[in-house]
Design a protein around this ligand. Structure first.
Ligand SMILES: *[C@@H]1O[C@H](CO)[C@@H](O)[C@H](O)[C@H]1NC(C)=O
Length: 407
């Protein structure tokens, strides 16, 4: 009996040690987040082990765990009819709103996140989110099931989102779905926010598409890979669930680059000052002007004098605005639709979103920036049973309410 108690106590301590991580006091429901994070860390670790044993690519292992988890989430709102189809070679799912026929409806093109490599758009939280948007907005929702890394890399994810979107925006297709051509939004979270921003820029300047988006909704979008030491990267590098190293891994995977470059890019060696042609693009982005004093706290800019000049030549997509929409020219931004940018205080990507919101405003685009002081990266995916956070539920309600008012 004594031995059993001893073993139980020992195991409890080991588990607590594994789960416990210090978190900022203002974050939403810290204990729940620790458990979620411990599970996610476990999955990433399993992925890394299988990868190093040569059994399976780490991303495939992580994604199958994500799919298993999402399969547990019950289908909400069964009233919504869904249709799995193909738009110009790209798999999509269309959610039909329950409202009466005959009247033209609004529409949302939704692009899911997951680091361009993870995520199950037809299951669990993304499926619930799309059903909710379709029901609450009485809108046609199209979710793009683009192919992901490591099977494909940039620009495939981007191109597939553009193709599916351009197909949907064709007047004949819109009329088939009874959609009002003046009332269409594009929306995405995280890497999906990256793709949504890039698609919005592309549609804005594309002469071959006469129908344009009215709105773009970017939920904690990832928008640049030149600075992994922004104030928010520094502040939140160890805050779950999107650690800085994980974000850097996702970037390298998306761009099809050597994963070993991670050490160089998280120290900003790729944008060191000894690289003449980089200073040119950096000068277009005056980081300090774009961020408010309140946000930057103890921020110390990291721009090494000497670095690894070869990286930008080796991975030119780091400077490509289709991959990093924050780098777009002002002429492109000017043509982009009215924006809603959701940012979270406890997120490495907070400043990506804030800097983009500021750049859009400077280009004359009207922007609503909804900032969650208790928010963490990914919270919008945790608004449905069995894993929900109060901040996730609030964030979902608020962005859908904004769409309802503005679309
Ligand atoms: C960054 O670049 C410097 C200068 O080339 C080099 O000494 C250092 O090892 C690099 N750091 C990393 C982490 O690659």
């Amino acid at each position: 009996m004594k031995l059993l108690c001893g073993i139980t106590l020992f195991l409890a301590i080991v588990v607590a040690y594994y789960i416990y991580i210090p978190l900022p006091r203002t974050i939403s429901e810290p204990w729940k987040l620790m458990v979620l994070d411990a599970a996610f860390r476990g999955v990433v670790w399993m992925g890394d082990v299988s990868h190093s044993l040569g059994l399976s690519h780490s991303v495939h292992v992580i994604n199958s765990a994500v799919i298993d988890f999402e399969s547990l989430v019950p289908v909400t709102n069964i009233k919504i009819q869904v249709e799995d189809t193909i738009f110009d070679g790209v798999h999509v799912r269309v959610y039909h709103p329950p409202g009466k026929e005959g009247k033209l409806r609004r529409a949302v093109v939704f692009i899911h996140g997951g680091g361009w490599s993870l995520g199950a758009p037809k299951l669990g939280s993304y499926d619930s989110l799309c059903r909710k948007m379709a029901a609450d907005l009485n809108a046609v929702v199209v979710t793009v099931d683009y192919r992901m890394a490591p099977d494909v890399h940039f620009p495939v994810q981007y191109e597939e989102c553009v193709q599916a979107t351009k197909h949907f925006l064709r007047p004949d297709v819109l009329s088939q779905y009874l959609v009002d051509t003046e009332r269409i939004a594009v929306c995405g979270d995280s890497a999906g926010g990256n793709l949504a921003a890039a698609v919005a820029q592309r549609i804005g300047i594309d002469d071959s598409t006469s129908v344009k988006f009215k709105l773009q909704v970017l939920i904690y979008p990832v928008l640049q890979a030149l600075d992994f030491n922004t104030a928010s990267y520094q502040q939140n590098q160890n805050v779950p669930i999107l650690y800085r190293t994980l974000m850097a891994r996702f970037w390298l995977e998306y761009l099809g680059a050597n994963p070993d470059l991670i050490h160089s890019i998280i120290t900003n060696n790729h944008t060191a000052q000894d690289q003449n042609y980089v200073s040119l693009s950096l000068s277009k982005l005056d980081w300090t002007i774009l961020l408010s004093k309140r946000m930057i706290k103890q921020y110390k800019p990291v721009f090494p004098v000497t670095g690894s000049p070869s990286i930008l030549k080796e991975v030119p997509a780091l400077l490509d605005a289709r991959a990093a929409p924050l780098l777009a020219e002002e002429e492109v931004l000017r043509m982009a639709p009215h924006a809603y940018v959701l940012t979270c205080e406890h997120d490495v990507l907070r400043d990506d979103g804030i800097m983009y919101a500021r750049r859009l405003e400077l280009a004359g685009v009207s922007v609503t920036n909804d900032h969650y002081e208790d928010g963490f990266h990914g919270c919008v995916s945790f608004a449905f049973w069995p894993s929900y956070f109060s901040v996730g539920i609030r964030a979902v309600q608020n962005y859908i309410a904004w769409l309802d008012d503005n679309l």
